[in-house]
Design a protein around this ligand. Structure first.
Ligand code: BV8
Ligand code: ZN
Length: 240
């Protein structure tokens, strides 16, 4: 038995995911053994300064990650969260740090992509949005059709403010059960959500391949692959 918790109708369930939930879909994480940050300096490819200095390098990094999306698909961990959403009340919210679109592809409905998404980009000048599938990938730096400005990936880089923080804080303030999956808890403000919910008296569950620095903070911590743990855990906690 993984968990004695049973979700009640009046429970407001919130999920926070990180790169670990997509690892079993063969998408690289950031800080694991062969993580992305072992090959690229964050400053060069995931900051506004890096984009200003060398937009071509940043586009090369994000085009490669976008192209990989056509070769990957959601895994049982993503699908388990879709099933959980169906069994929870309308306050269910899935907050993801990931930019790989796999939660939406799996069928999750109420999703907040707080660090943006690989599937679209926007003009740095006039903020017109474009789907990545409609831009010319051969161009080293895609340009805006309206003003000829430089397009940039729709990704929240370091030192940029994550998306929908007001909605996130509203969700967290009502959360009675928080399940955090596949994140090293190194990036803020996402890393603070666990403490915020705990301080508010919420019940917190962690799922991670490894013990992390905050594993002991959770009411329950399940060590293992999220694609294996989540289907069983969610089956148990949603039993009547
Ligand atoms: C902001 C886009 C101001 C890139 C990303 C000093 C102290 C504290 C904070 C700061 C500081 N200096 C600067 C900051 C702020 C900074 C920050 O947190 N820096 C850290 C690194 C110190 N944060 C920011 O700049 C943020 N903005 O603060 O703005 C502000 C904020 C609020 C209000 C006003 C002003 C912006 C952060 C967003 C940066 N962009 N992504 C991209 O994706 O291309 S962050 C990047 O890290 C990814 O989005 C990623 O999702 C995120 C978190 O990483 P994880 O998802 O946790 O991935 P990681 O590899 O680390 O871990 C994977 C985990 O999975 C591991 O634990 C592993 O064990 C586990 N796992 C592996 N396999 C499995 C598994 N688990 C289960 N099953 C498996 N199979
Ligand atoms: Zn423009």
């Amino acid at each position: 038995m993984l968990s004695n918790l049973r979700i009640k109708n009046d429970d407001n369930v919130t999920i926070l995911t990180g790169a670990g939930i997509s690892a079993e879909s063969r998408i690289r994480t950031f800080r694991d053994g062969n993580g992305l940050w072992n090959e690229h300096r964050v400053e060069d490819v995931a900051t506004p300064e890096g984009f200003r200095k060398n937009p071509e390098l940043v586009w090369k990094f994000y085009k490669a990650r976008y192209k990989q999306l056509s070769e990957v698909e959601p895994n049982p961990g993503h699908y388990a969260l879709v099933e959980l959403e169906k069994k929870c009340n309308d306050d269910f919210c899935l907050i993801t740090q990931n930019v790989d679109n796999l939660h939406k592809l799996a069928g999750s409905k109420n999703v907040i992509e707080m660090h943006g998404t690989l599937v679209n980009c926007y003009c740095s000048n006039c903020r017109s949005y474009y789907s990545m599938s409609e831009i010319d990938m051969e161009l080293p730096i895609p340009l805006c059709e309206h003003c000829n400005g430089r397009l940039r990936p729709n990704i929240v880089w370091f030192n940029e403010i994550p998306y929908e923080l007001d909605k996130i804080h509203d969700v967290l303030s009502k959360t009675s059960i928080l399940i955090v999956v596949g994140t090293s808890g190194q990036v803020y403000p996402a890393a603070q959500f666990l403490y915020y919910v705990k301080r508010n008296g919420g019940y917190t569950i962690g799922v991670n391949l490894e013990f992390t620095h905050d594993s002991s903070v959770y009411n329950e911590f399940h060590k293992g692959k999220s694609g294996v743990i989540l289907p069983e855990l969610i089956n148990q906690i949603t039993q009547i």
